[in-house]
Design a protein around this ligand. Structure first.
Ligand SMILES: Cc1cc2nc3c(=O)[nH]c(=O)nc-3n(C[C@H](O)[C@H](O)[C@H](O)COP(=O)(O)OP(=O)(O)OC[C@H]3O[C@@H](n4cnc5c(N)ncnc54)[C@H](O)[C@@H]3O)c2cc1C
Length: 420
């Protein structure tokens, strides 16, 4: 049986799932969380999609084009980059560009599939064990304004299905058939199709349920306790907090978009950069029953019980905090033509959360150099919910077996200049 207590830094998605798998392995666990509650970063804000089918990495020429457009006409794109933020995000962007070639994109996608292939099975086990709610699986409805757009989008999903992670998309439907599926569609939704294989849940309920499950097994998160630095000393790890030093046998860095400041003193340059996303609740006359993907807008709509959530945007302003109301207005403008019967001024629950972005779209998972008792698990970009269970299972392997369990594709040192 393992001995010692593992300190998990961050009570977000990766931290909470890691705590679960570490408990399963017989470790005692403490979760140290900077905020006043669990899920204070991007965990509760997100779209709730568990989508092994759409796990393509962000760096690609399409996104580079979108980003360039947002520099020249601010407020138009979904990948927002302001000239003012450039100095803060330049290191990330330079490496992002280098990762956007077709070859690099496809290799990163293959790497992400290594984790993704395990997602469905692990998530189903958690549902069966009663730890998380059952996921909804009525399908994603892809909506487009022209047939050409719909056919291109269907062809790309057909290619995705050949990777073996989801079935082929269903046939293309015209407007009348779409309205039979979802009566609340607006005029821009002329052509579309259903895609199955991805599922969804309410991420805030997920955080609460995981928190309750951990508490029932003796894990009481230590709130309002940001970890300021950590180091390995012999066979233990010391974590500095405002109220003193916490000692543990191992530590896991799962501090999401705030992780970079903990990585650098350990000699790791991960370029983990906040990519802020936004969500808000709308109150439609005809609430959707599918997840809706709204054409080329990169805005999505998720039914969550009696709520309907709109999500989108990657806002690279170089900071993890701060909600810009203008971003939400942009999302509303983009979404409005696709949906009818909505008073957009009556939206509620407007939130922002920082996605931990990495230059190649892949997470950093592995042991710190020369400090194998410190495990890094961050940088999950837009896929932290989808990849949380397989990541956390790998974290438990790394704590148990050290670097021998490492998966080279996720090496946290891959952006570090080792000559320094
Ligand atoms: C609008 C939006 C939509 C999204 N939609 C999806 C989706 O549909 N599917 C999907 O898979 N992913 C989605 N994501 C991405 C997903 O939410 C993130 O990838 C995921 O939350 C990352 O998990 P994490 O644990 O690394 O970070 P977080 O969940 O942000 O958690 C980090 C935690 O660490 C804490 N912390 C920070 N610094 C410290 C410190 N020094 N000491 C202690 N604690 C600290 C923070 O307070 C926070 O609680 C979306 C994100 C956004 C913003």
């Amino acid at each position: 049986m393992p001995t010692g207590e593992v300190a998990v830094v961050g009570g977000g998605l990766i931290g909470l799932f890691s705590a679960h798998y570490l408990l399963e392995r017989g470790y005692a666990v403490t979760v140290l969380e900077a905020g006043s509650g669990l899920g204070g970063g991007a965990a509760r804000v997100n779209g709730g999609w568990v989508c092994p089918a759409r796990s393509d990495p962000l760096p690609s020429w399409g996104v580079v084009r979108d980003g360039m457009r947002s520099l020249t006409s601010p407020g138009s794109g979904s990948f927002l980059l302001s000239a003012r933020a450039l100095p803060r995000v330049a290191g990330y962007l330079a490496r992002f560009l280098a990762s956007s070639s077709k070859g690099r994109f496809l290799r990163s996608w293959d790497d992400l599939d290594l984790l993704n292939r395990r997602t469905a099975g692990l998530v189903d086990e958690l549902v069966e064990a009663g730890i998380i709610d059952a996921l909804q699986d009525e399908g994603f409805l892809m909506l487009h304004s022209t047939r050409d757009e719909a056919e291109a989008s269907r062809a790309s999903l057909l290619a995705v299905s050949r990777r073996g992670l989801c079935p082929a998309p269903e046939p293309i439907l015209e407007r009348q058939a779409l309205l039979e599926l979802e009566p609340g569609l607006g005029d821009a939704a002329q052509v579309g199709f259903v895609h199955r294989g991805d599922r969804w849940l309410d991420p805030s309920r997920l955080v609460d349920r995981l928190g309750e499950s951990l508490a029932s097994r003796g894990v009481r998160p230590v709130r309002d306790t940001p970890v300021l630095a950590l180091r390995q000393r012999g066979t233990s790890v010391e974590l500095a907090t405002r109220s003193g030093v916490v000692e543990a046998s191992h530590a896991v860095i799962a501090a999401g978009a705030w992780s970079e400041q903990l990585l650098r003193p350990l000699g790791i340059r991960g370029y983990v950069t906040p990519g802020k996303g936004y969500s808000f609740t709308i109150h439609p006359e005809h609430p959707p029953t599918h997840v809706l993907r709204l054409g080329e807008t990169h805005v999505g709509v998720t039914p969550m019980g009696d709520r309907t959530r709109v999500v989108g945007m990657v806002d690279l302003d170089g900071t993890p905090e701060g909600l810009h109301a203008g971003r939400i207005d942009v999302m509303k403008r983009k979404a409005a033509p696709y949906l009818s019967g909505i008073d957009w001024r009556a939206s509620t629950d407007e939130q922002v959360g920082p996605r931990p972005m990495t230059p190649d779209g892949k997470p950093l998972i592995g042991c710190a150099p020369g400090a194998e008792r410190i495990v890094v698990a961050t940088g999950h970009n837009m896929l932290g919910l989808s990849l949380a269970a397989p990541t956390a299972s790998l974290v438990a392997d790394l704590v148990a077996h050290g670097p021998a369990a490492a998966v080279p594709a996720f090496d946290p040192m891959r952006f570090t200049d080792r000559r320094r």
